[in-house]
Design a protein around this ligand. Sequence first.
Ligand code: 13P
Ligand code: SF4
Length: 354
Amino acid sequence: MSHLAPLSPDLQQRIEALARQAAPAPMLSQKQIAQLKEEIRALLQEKNAVLVAHYYVDDQLQALAEETGGIVADSLEMANFGAKSDADMLVVCGVRFMGETAKLLSPEKKVLMPTLEATCSLDLSCPPDDFARFIAQHPDHTVVVYANTSAAVKALAHWTVTSGNALQIVRHLSERGERIIWAPDKHLGRWIERETGAAMLLWQGHCVVHDEFMAYELEKLKQRYPQAKVLVHPESPENVVAMADVVGSTRVLIQAVQELPDTQFIVATDFGIFYKMQQLAPQKQLIVAPTGSRERQCSSCAHCPWMAMNSLVNLKRVLETEDQEIHIDPALRERAVQPIERMLAFSRRVGLVK
Ligand code: 13P
Ligand code: SF4
């Protein structure tokens, strides 16, 4: 097992500062919500646009995406849906890398986001120039990057993966005898390394939300809810993953709530996912896994500060102004789309997406 040096303190501080600066969505009355939804519906129709939303965004955005023929999904299915959609315009409610992936796969469509400032700590933790230097030191390795990266980093990779297909893809590469450079999430990388036995060099990024889940506090919560099953997203620390009954992507965790016979679940991922879990299994009790303790306050507190920037207000505004548009240089696109297309072809072949 081979891990790189930790991120520089400067980069780490910059990421934390950006997370603190992310402005949350405004509070709205029921009347304002109803009016905004009505106006957005009309704009979507007028522009032949669809909403492509992630499970972590606000409940109202998830509901609206479903009601208007869009999708609420994990990052893998979002990419797949956007590529297949015949809309003229995709409005991606999520974070920047999701908008970029949509544009890379559909250059002919206009891709908008409620705000282009919604980034991701994993994306920020992997500056393309540093990563290119690292790859150059290991030219005999296959470069696998998580979808949570910029188009410039994807352009350096052989494969893109998401948490929904990373295990299968890395296992496939390892069985072919390939050694792997993995970036940027160290926890997800370590979990995949252990599950597959692949030889991996791990970049040392982390998600500011999942990194805060705490094993010691989780142990105490389990004692209060001894019947509860523990569901963990693999971006969480190793000692939290070790306590899980189910480890998996957002889609896998939702399926577990729906399909397992148990009635209580402790969930270690962004609590935005509760909207879909509750919709599919209304009788089940969902408990947020602990992110703070007596010694340490949480910062993100189980909700991604950048996902939280998406709101009905900025969604309506962008449909009117079209000013938060994703643009990708065509030469960069040519390189960055290849690892995503490889990932989608693999995922379709093994039945992970249709
Ligand atoms: P999924 O790929 O499971 O949707 O997760 C994306 C993400 O950003 C998790 O924090
Ligand atoms: Fe990135 Fe973490 Fe937010 Fe997901 S939850 S978008 S990995 S910062």
